[in-house]
Design a protein around this ligand. Structure first.
Ligand SMILES: [Cu+2]
Length: 134
């Protein structure tokens, strides 16, 4: 969490310094300024809300967020941040990952609207849900 916040902050500072350069034409400078104003707060949501990709973290035996709402056609990527393997298994076994080791990922594209419940087959108390909106 803190890692992504700090990198986003760093990018903002870099863009801000570019827009202050004296050789940048006014139009470009102002568009960069708008870019700076718009990008930081919306980068994460725009990325997830464009119907393409979304992310779930696996950390401390927990899927985060536990309930993820996406548009149909979105690919969800799970990333394991724990020191031990986990899996992602749909309750009805429509999809299942192999063991996901530390810092490894598993992705699945959701093409049908509905509520999909899943769990970790190695630790069945770990559960999560994907809500796929039409
Ligand atoms: Cu697990």
């Amino acid at each position: 969490m803190s890692r992504s916040q700090s990198s986003r902050h760093g990018r903002t500072e870099r863009l801000a310094s570019i827009s202050k350069g004296r050789f940048v034409p006014l139009a470009l400078a102002s568009s960069l300024a708008v870019f700076c104003l718009v990008l930081p707060p919306h980068a994460a949501t725009a990325w997830a809300a464009d119907g393409k990709v979304a992310a779930v973290n696996i950390d401390n035996f927990t899927f985060t967020p536990p309930v993820l709402t996406i548009a149909v056609g979105t690919t969800v990527t799970w990333t394991n941040r724990d020191d031990i393997p986990h899996t992602v298994v749909e309750n009805d076994r429509n999809f299942r990952s192999a063991a996901i080791d530390t810092d490894e990922q598993f992705s699945h594209k959701f093409n049908t609207p509905g509520e999909i419940n899943y769990f970790c087959s190695l630790h069945p108390h770990m559960t999560g849900k994907i809500v796929v909106k039409p």
